[in-house]
Design a protein around this ligand. Structure first.
Ligand SMILES: Cc1cc2nc3c(=O)[nH]c(=O)nc-3n(C[C@H](O)[C@H](O)[C@H](O)COP(=O)(O)OP(=O)(O)OC[C@H]3O[C@@H](n4cnc5c(N)ncnc54)[C@H](O)[C@@H]3O)c2cc1C
Length: 395
């Protein structure tokens, strides 16, 4: 017998869990499945920067009671190039801020809030496909960890299953989407050390890009630009610190044991279609961005806020027009974020084929931003995030 629910959500990442939380506040029942275990979901280190609007949604809807107390508010970032640092002051230019609060902490808060509310949340259940997308009773065909079959029949299926999920196929078919791959990646490390700087430093150096970021008083996150084919184990710890230090002249990095390292490839993707009948894509299932602009998780939250309004109208008021309008509303924000992520990436990273002209032009571009009020304001506005509809906070 299939499990029956109003909304079947594939994926318990930020998009899927937040959607079930916001729907639950309106009395709309959902079932959420994820192929991973709860422990894996709550310990995988990924995003760390939350836009102001994301924080407001998490805090004011009761999705996270820790984001404001355990998260760190940042009112600026530094752009470093040509041997000098230039602070972009978010508070002064746009009166907004971002918060450093790791994605896995957001997920711990969301999982706890959903389980406390009695959410049907099933870990280690893997969706194999979505069927009957064109009807008003779409179905998720899945298997549990022992291989047992599970079918979930719903009024709406939401694919929040990330960039490698199965829902995208049911919505876009062979049409796919817009895709761009970049000729570099980030080598990321997590280390046990005190912070080397109070705010994030985005550094464009003759050796390539580096980002000095923080996680807390004793753990730091840092990245440097590398070849996408780099083996994460290829460098000794000593060499990692040499590379990072060379790319942030003017700051003496506080070193400590490196306990995680990974290579993060740079890709941009926007699906041609994000809805087919009663099946909808949100978050990384619909689009991915390179990490430079810190937009991935924030875009997932923005999609979910818009979709909640659309599903409320459909499921509570029998009004399908907001769902019809959802793909275009989401697409507008997604392309603004794609542009911002692409722009930050190209302004800060060195392409393998770059010559002196390209380097000097980049320095000219960075000067144009930091020496212009309008340039600083654009960066601050996009980085801290465009406003979200206030309806997300209503019940
Ligand atoms: C190293 C790193 C750093 C990042 N830094 C930032 C940052 O600073 N700021 C930012 O905003 N973004 C950042 N991002 C991007 C951000 O992490 C993603 O955009 C975000 O996780 C997207 O959320 P999501 O819920 O759409 O997808 P995901 O988080 O990918 O969640 C999808 C879920 O679906 C599950 N799933 C997949 N397939 C199936 C299936 N067939 N059946 C059942 N379940 C399935 C997965 O297990 C997963 O739990 C970063 C990403 C990485 C990797």
């Amino acid at each position: 017998m299939p499990v029956r629910t109003r909304v079947a959500v594939i994926g318990a990442g930020p998009a899927g869990l937040l959607l079930s939380h916001l729907l639950g506040r309106h009395g709309i029942e959902s079932v959420v499945i994820d192929s991973r275990s709860r422990e894996e979901i709550e310990t995988t280190i990924r995003a760390g920067i939350l836009e102001q609007g994301t924080v407001e949604v998490l805090d004011r809807t009761g999705a996270s009671d820790r984001v404001l107390t355990a998260g760190q508010k940042h009112e600026g970032i530094e752009l470093r190039f040509d041997g000098e640092g230039h602070r972009i002051d978010f508070a002064e230019t746009v009166g907004r801020a971002v918060w450093l609060y790791p994605q896995h902490e957001v997920l711990k808060d969301l999982v706890a809030a959903r389980l406390a509310a009695g959410q049907d949340l099933r870990f280690q259940v893997t969706a194999e496909r979505v069927e009957d997308a064109g009807t008003d009773r779409p179905r998720v065909v899945a298997r549990d960890s022992e291989g047992g079959p599970i079918e979930i029949e719903a009024e709406v299926v939401v694919g929040a299953d990330g960039s490698r999920g199965v829902a995208r196929e049911a919505v876009t078919g062979a049409r796919g989407g817009h895709f761009r791959e970049y000729p570099f990646a980030w080598f990321g490390i997590l280390c046990e050390a005190p912070p080397s700087a109070e705010e994030l430093i985005y550094s464009n150096s003759p050796d390539g890009f580096a980002l000095i970021s923080q996680r807390g008083p004793g753990v730091q996150r840092m990245y440097f630009q590398c070849d996408p084919r780099t083996d994460p184990e290829a460098y000794t710890e000593e060499r990692l610190w040499e590379i990072l230090q060379a790319r942030v002249p003017g700051t003496t990095l506080k070193e400590g044991p490196v306990f995680q390292r990974d290579v993060l490839r740079f890709r941009s993707f926007v699906a041609h279609d994000t809805r087919r009948g009663r099946v909808v894509l949100v978050g990384d299932a619909a689009h991915t961005v390179p990490p430079t602009g810190a937009k991935g998780m924030n875009l997932a939250v923005a999609d979910v806020v818009l979709l909640t309004d659309a599903l409320r109208a459909l499921l509570l008021d029998r009004d399908g027009s907001p769902l019809d309008a959802f793909p275009e509303a989401a697409r507008r924000r997604v392309w603004k974020a794609q542009h911002f992520s692409w722009w930050m990436t190209n302004m800060l990273h060195l392409r393998p084929e770059a010559d002196d002209f390209d380097r000097m032009r980049q320095i000219g571009e960075l000067r144009t931003v930091v020496e212009s009020e309008a340039g600083r304001a654009y960066l601050a506005e996009a980085y801290t995030g465009w406003p979200l509809p206030r309806t997300a906070l209503d019940v």
